[in-house]
Design a protein around this ligand. Sequence first.
Ligand code: DAH
Length: 348
Amino acid sequence: MEERIEKIKTEYQNRIQQAQTLKELDEVFLALFGKTGEITLLPKDFSSLSVEDKKIVGPLFNQVKIELEKAIEERRNEVREESYKKLETEKFSLQLPKLQAKERKGHLHPLTQLLQETIEAFEKLGFQQFDAPHIDSDYYNFEVLNIPEGHPARNLWDTFYLDPYNLGSQPGRMLLRTHTSNSQIRAMKQLGTPLRIMSIGRCFRYEAVDARHEHTLDQFEIVYVDKKVNMANLQYLSEYFLKTILGKDIKARMRPKYYPFVEPGAGVDGLCLFCKGKGCRVCGGAGWLELAGAGMIHPTVLKNGGIDPNEYSGIAWGFGPLRVAMLKYGIEDVRSFLSGDLRFLEKF
Ligand code: DAH
């Protein structure tokens, strides 16, 4: 029996020393001390021993049992220490692997670029920026511009109306402004004469949308009031604007056109740069593209703005930057600009 105990001792001490992981040590532990482990089962055979032998084998067994338990515990600690050491020397990074997707750089929207160029060009001529609200009253959008309730010209500017009771103190029907011309009277009243402002921003219309019409659009308005301002100034400024944005080959022309807030009124056309006036798909065969409404500010409107029409005269226009952008970039469908489609935007 003593030999058997010694054999178990040496065999298992070897296995304990060779174990490399905690899992292997658990297996060794079970093989010794589990339900059917060698140490667990061994005392069953002690009954056949003589009292003398029992006196020797008993303490030997207890000692070997303790030694093996201790050896397993010590080896466990060593294995743990070794794995900690490995962690210290092992190099690994907490960073995520580099993303494979290609780097994408953004840029300003083509319309924003165009509007910034416009602002710079007109600041040089002493025009200051003047903002008017997107949500405005019938009064500023129509009434003071000589377009009273029921006037047939209102059909041109059908818009989206809002519930006045939810919109605070402003009198009259509230609506989404149809043009930047809602800045005119405010600017006249706030800044007086002489006046040079530009008003740039979003406008909205209840519009049958097609390749040349959008329900949401930008406008670029100028109002220039001084002594002896005339139509020649309007022609000059139109060419100046178009040449700045579209290059020296562009030409501007004016045709008579009716707007209730100007007299005389004009439509400003730009020569189609794609066909040089011959007629093509971009200009719809006309050779020219209508880009703005303009004219000499109507005396009634000047009066509404607190300006004496006998002393001062003024010109104003409202350009459609979307139309100008169509010419600049050769885009046939105006809807592309606000579509948010990256395949379109990435081309700029
Ligand atoms: N507000 C007009 C429109 O949206 C354009 C316009 C015409 C603006 C004549 C003006 C102007 O300032 O004088 O169609």
